[in-house]
Every structure is written in structure tokens, then in C-alpha cells.
Design a binder for this molecule. Structure first.
Ligand code: GCU
Length: 675
């Protein structure tokens, strides 16, 4: 299977994902005018030229005689916010007026999405086609956890399930950047506007990117720039020592300040539109300001002041917790850590610091409550961090369509009513400080980009939900299917059958009721119920013969519920109101405790684990009907992965059910076989 770069050169072995030529059929037969200047406008022109050459239309340079007019920047009348575009009908000509080059690209793809399954006239009649379109989230960013070399334990891409890095090979930039160009094109089509190109765990080799690797970074930045995307680096807080040869990295030290100022100036001299730095500090062994008795506002502002003169942003991660905990110590609760460290610092971060907060208080689990940090820092720009790479959701071996999970958490109302999580990130929360969404990317050198071909939909959904978090996940899936496969009702129905409930199914056969972390330590794939129970990582479920779960109440537990505002601090505190799906996150209960749904915790585990395996079998059967309806290589890869998912789900079912039966002695009410 091949894709092709915007310059027209074919890239071997790259799947076109949601941008096959066919997706452009709706505009390709038209006379399309592209008006405006600049790199990204040129990308739009290249896309139109390619589509019209293929489907018999024409690229025009002036509006006269056009069916579709795409106008950028200076030519666009009226007030449009950056990155926004307006679609209007002028007589029977569709006119897209864009605020800038990137907005023109987003406008083009808006039309492409709406015409993938119908012609332009039919698209015009659809709700949501005409009118002003603006991104809800100003920052729509993908982080790559890519190492320059192959890490002995983690491989090249940390938590990557799709082959090697598309950027780096043997310590330097790859010679062939065809995939990077295709990737930038895919990201631009769904309005991603920032990427970070190396791992947040910055090893010695990657630390030097900041100084010795700038030519490589500049080359990447040029590829991304053509699609409206700014490039970022993850940097080590200890860089002044490890790269700069200083004796300290103390954020209040003058030499350290001067070093960062010089380092930033050199980066921006080489890459004038560079985006900024991503920093994981005092987290899982990464260096940080705590070593000097300084706090994280001191640390973040040190870098922020170095990059501010250049328009740069510092993405400072809130994933800070004690990873060398004593499991016997019941007073430490990892879930509390981000709030405890950061909420007191609200108001102290410079304007160009974005605090990057994982969506849940722990670590990208299948089910977690929304992080209480989201509601706690009105005077700080907060970006919510998601994980497109499926570290804890099946590692791109299992189908786990994450659109519904993200819709649910972005639509969560931290104060019970009104403002949503997406609103807070987008600057419509109490303090009005705007940032956006960041996610860990799931791509690699795999021929389908994502290992599991259906995981392409997760990448697509992240971009679309960052643009409009109120889009129903099911509509996003429709878009992805129509673009990827063309308008085919049978394929669309089958993919909904396989994917719509796949997150809930995954939850069914894995860790129950929000308890989290029952995975094999290290690689995190497959069940290991007690695998983390006596480790230093702070991820415990406390199961014994009587019960299971973590008491995070104020009354008798760690007090974590107190980090939430009303109503959630009380909703979660009380067994009577705590939602079933989060019960074991907040409470330690007997195996015989009866859920709102009317069965005991033990029985719930049995029921959901049997049900989950049945659902995976049904998914595999449904997918089998797609043979010959989707390209064979795609069909075969999904079928192979479903076989592994069937095996994996059975392993989870049998280990979980057996564990609960052995611990609790509660028999299955339906007498099913438990090992
Ligand atoms: C998880 C993941 C790590 C990663 C970390 C992070 O813990 O397992 O590989 O480094 O998250 O987000 O920094």
C-alpha cells in the first residue's frame, strides 16, 4: 500500500489513513480557486491540484468561474479569529474565507470531510457545513515519546506499539522523511497545531538535541510548518549541567538563567517559529527543581522567561508523584500528588507556561475520575493530557475506540453544572486562561501507522475533539469511516458494531470498577492482579479475603475526595452516591457490597468478565463479514489482532475471576466455570 507526499512522490508502505485520494473525489471534479500566499496556502494549493488532476476538475488562481473558492488571510474580509474560517454560499459558489494559512487548510478539509460521502451541493444542505468554524481548544498538540536510539527496555518509542520512530534512526534524523511529510499532512487535516518530537524522559542522547541537534529539528520543523504545525522539544531540567557543563541546575542561579537564555536564543535563531519546550521534572527519576529546594513555579518560570522573548511556550507536566513509595505506608496516596504539588502554586506561573495535566489523577487508566487539578487552578493555563497510544487500553493489539472515553471526560462538569473540562482547557473556565489539549501520539513506522489499523481512528478523534469537544464520538467515527473507506453503509455499520462499545468492553474484561493497575509491571500488557501490589509505584488495590478498593474518603481514607469542589467531593465520598464505575477508586468495600446495579462486587467481576469475552467474540465474528469489503491487508491485520484480543480477553477473564473467587469465596450466582 502506498501513500504520496504533497509534492507527489510516492512513499512506499505508507497507508493513506483517512486521506486516500478517493476522499478528495467530492472536490476533485470541481473548479477550485485557491487565493492567498504563504507555506500553508501552498499546501492547500498542492492538495487541490492533486485532487483536480486526479478527478478532472481544475485549480484556479482567481474566483471567477469557480465552484469552490478558498481565500486566505489578507483577502478575507471581516473579523475572523486566528485559525478560524467561514463557509458561505455566494450565488451557488461555496466560498471559504480563512483568517490565515492554517485556517485555509482546515477549511479545505472541512469541505473534504463533508464531501467524502456526497457531492458539494448535498454538503451545503447539511447542518454544520455553512457558518463560522473556530477551534474550541487553541492548543491541539501531540507529544511523541520517541527516543533517538533504541532503549534497551522501552524500545525506540516509549509505550509505542507501532514500530520505530518515524523521525529518528540510530541517533539522528532519518534520511527519508517521506513518512514525516505524510504524517504532517494527516495532522494538518485535523487541525493539530503543535508537536513535540522527542520523549519526555530525556536521556543523554536526546538532551543534546537542544544544542547539537538543531539542524535535525529545523528539518522536522520545516516539514510540519507547511501544515500549520509548530515543533517542540522535550528538554531535561538538568540540561545546564548535562549539556552545558555547569555545576548546578538551580532555577534561581544566575548562570543557569543565562544558560537557558542563550540556549533558547540559539534555538529560535535557527527555527524562528519554534514552539517551545516540554518538561517532565521531578517525575519518575527526571531531574527537577526539588533538588534545590525550589518549587515547580520556580522551575517552570526559569524556562518560561528564557523562551518568552521568542514567543515560546513551556509545557510543564503536572505528573509529579513519589515513585519510590513504601507500599506499607498507607498515608501516601499517589492520586493526591498532582493537586498537592500544584494547586498551591496557582497564580505563580508565567503567562507562557502551560501546565499539562493528565486527565486522571493516576496514569491514563481505562477508567479514572477527572483530575481534581482541572478545577483547582483558575489562574493557570491548563492543558489536559490524553493518551492516544494505548498503554493501558490494549496496546493497539485490542480494539479500544477511545472517542467515547474522551467525549465523556471532556464533557465532565467539574462543578457539577455549567463549565466542562473542555471549557477549562479552552479558556472558558472561571479564570479564563486558555490552553488546550495534548496527547501522546500512537504512530510509528508500522505500515498502518498505528499497529492496529483501527487505532488510526483514535488519532483522528483526538484532533477532531480538540477542535470541537462537543462532537458526538459516533459522528467522529462516521467521518473517519467515510474518509478512510468511502461511503459504504455496510462498512460503516460493521465498524460501529466493532468499535462503538469497545472501550466499555475492554473495561469489562480488565480491572474492575475504577480500581486500575492490574497489568503486568514493566510492559503493562495483560493481567497481573497483584503485579503492582507490593511495588514502590503507589498503585495498589488492597484486596484481601474481605474486600477490595482504595479508601480515598475524607472520613476514613486518604482524604483525596476533598480535592474536588462540590458536588463531587460529596458524591464520591458517600457510598450511596459514588458511581459504580468508580467505586473501587474511592472506596474499600467488602466483596459482598451490593452495587447500584444490584449485584455484589464479586458477582460484578464475574458478570463483566464473561460478558467482555463474549463481546470480543462478537466483534471478531462481525469483522469476519468485512472480508472483501475493505482492502485485504487492512482486513487481515485487524483479524489477526482480534484473535490476540480474544486470547487476551480470556486470560484477563480467567485470572480476574479466579483471583476474586479465591480471595472472596463468593461463588458465581450462575455457576459458570471459574478456574
Ligand atoms: C507512564 C508511562 C511512562 C511515562 C509516564 C509519563 O507512567 O508508563 O512510560 O514516562 O507515564 O507520562 O511521563
Amino acid at each position: 500500500m502506498t501513500g504520496s507526499t504533497t509534492s507527489g512522490a510516492a512513499v512506499a508502505d505508507v497507508h493513506p489513513a483517512w486521506l486516500p485520494d478517493r476522499a478528495f473525489a467530492g472536490i476533485g471534479g470541481l473548479r477550485v480557486a485557491v487565493i492567498g500566499d504563504g507555506d500553508v496556502v501552498q499546501t492547500v494549493r498542492d492538495e487541490v491540484e492533486r485532487a483536480t488532476a486526479r478527478f478532472g476538475g481544475a485549480l484556479l488562481h482567481a474566483a471567477e468561474g469557480a465552484d469552490l473558492v478558498l481565500v486566505a488571510a489578507a483577502q478575507a474580509p471581516g473579523q475572523l479569529a486566528p485559525e478560524s474560517f467561514d463557509v458561505a454560499l455566494d450565488e451557488d459558489v461555496v466560498v471559504v474565507r480563512a483568517a490565515d494559512g492554517p485556517a485555509l487548510l482546515y477549511g479545505l478539509h472541512h469541505v473534504v470531510r463533508h464531501t467524502a460521502a456526497r457531492d458539494l451541493a448535498a454538503a451545503v444542505g447539511r447542518t454544520g457545513f455553512l457558518g463560522v468554524h473556530a477551534p474550541a481548544e487553541p492548543i491541539r498538540m501531540l507529544d511523541h515519546w520517541d527516543n533517538l536510539t533504541v532503549h534497551p527496555v522501552m524500545g525506540q518509542v516509549e509505550r509505542g506499539y507501532s514500530g520505530d520512530s518515524i523521525f529518528w534512526l540510530d541517533g539522528r534524523l532519518r534520511d527519508d522523511l517521506g513518512r514525516v511529510e505524510e504524517y504532517a499532512r494527516l495532522l494538518g487535516s485535523m487541525a493539530i497545531n503543535r508537536v513535540a518530537v522527542n520523549n519526555v524522559n530525556v536521556h543523554a542522547v536526546e538532551a543534546h538535541l537542544l544544542t547539537d541537534g538543531l539542524d535535525d529539528v529545523a528539518t522536522l520543523a520545516a516539514a510540519f510548518r507547511r501544515h500549520g504545525i509548530r515543533t517542540h522539544l522535550s528538554v531535561s531540567f538538568a540540561a545546564p549541567m548535562t549539556v552545558g557543563g555547569l555545576a548546578t541546575s538551580d532555577p534561581l542561579d544566575d548562570d543557569v538563567r543565562a544558560w537557558w537564555t542563550r540556549a533558547a536564543a540559539a534555538v529560535w535563531a535557527r527555527i524562528p517559529d519554534f514552539g517551545g519546550f516540554v518538561v517532565k521534572a521531578d517525575s519518575e527519576g527526571q531531574p527537577g527543581p526539588f533538588a534545590y529546594g525550589r518549587d515547580h513555579a520556580d522551575g517552570a518560570n526559569l524556562l518560561a522567561r528564557a523562551v518568552a522573548p521568542h514567543g515560546g511556550t513551556v509545557f510543564w507536566r503536572a505528573f509529579v508523584y513519589n515513585h519510590t513509595q513504601d507500599w506499607r505506608d498507607r498515608s501516601t496516596d499517589r492520586a493526591r500528588a498532582a493537586y498537592d504539588h500544584f494547586a498551591p502554586l496557582d497564580g505563580r506561573f508565567d503567562d507562557n507556561v502551560v501546565l499539562q495535566v493528565k486527565y486522571g489523577p493516576m496514569d491514563f487508566q481505562t477508567r479514572e475520575p477527572v483530575s481534581p487539578v482541572v478545577a483547582a487552578m483558575p489562574r493557570t493555563r491548563l492543558a489536559v493530557e490524553l493518551q492516544v497510544t494505548q498503554e493501558y487500553t490494549g496496546q493497539q493489539k485490542h480494539v479500544c475506540w477511545l472517542g467515547p472515553q474522551w467525549s465523556e471526560l471532556l464533557g465532565f462538569r467539574p462543578w457539577g453544572a455549567g463549565t466542562t473540562v473542555a471549557d477549562v482547557a479552552g479558556g472558558h473556565g472561571p479564570g479564563g486562561r486558555a490552553a488546550g489539549l495534548v496527547a501522546v501520539s500512537n504512530v510509528g513506522t508500522d505500515e498502518f501507522w498505528t499497529g492496529h489499523p483501527l487505532a488510526q481512528a483514535n488519532l483522528y478523534a483526538f484532533g477532531r475533539l480538540a477542535w470541537d469537544p462537543t462532537l458526538p464520538a459516533t459522528d467522529v467515527l462516521d467521518e473517519w469511516v467515510d474518509l478512510t473507506f468511502g461511503a459504504d453503509d455496510d462498512v460503516r455499520d460493521a465498524l460501529h458494531d466493532v468499535m462503538d462499545e469497545s472501550w466499555h468492553t475492554y473495561e469489562d474484561y480488565t480491572a474492575p470498577l475504577g480500581v486500575g493497575f492490574m497489568v503486568r509491571p514493566g510492559h503493562h500488557y495483560g493481567p497481573d492482579v497483584d503485579g503492582y501490589e507490593y511495588t514502590p509505584w503507589g498503585t495498589y488495590h488492597f484486596a484481601d479475603r474481605d474486600g477490595i478498593g482504595v479508601d480515598r474518603t475524607r472520613a476514613t481514607g486518604t482524604g483525596y475526595t476533598g480535592q474536588y469542589p462540590e458536588p463531587w467531593r460529596d458524591v464520591y465520598e458517600r457510598l450511596e452516591t459514588c458511581p459504580d464505575e468508580l467505586l473501587l477508586f474511592f472506596h474499600h468495600v467488602p466483596w459482598t457490597h451490593v452495587l447500584h446495579r444490584g449485584v455484589s462486587v464479586a458477582q460484578h467481576v464475574y458478570d463483566t468478565h464473561f460478558r467482555g469475552v463474549d463481546a470480543v467474540d462478537a466483534m471478531a465474528e462481525r469483522w469476519a463479514t468485512m472480508q472483501g469489503r475493505v482492502p485485504d491487508p487492512f482486513f487481515d491485520r485487524v483479524a489477526q489482532r482480534l484473535t490476540e484480543q480474544q486470547r487476551g480477553a480470556r486470560e484477563w477473564r480467567d485470572q480476574l475471576n479466579t483471583y476474586v473467587l479465591r480471595k472472596s469465596g463468593v461463588p458465581d450466582a450462575h455457576g459458570r466455570r471459574i478456574h
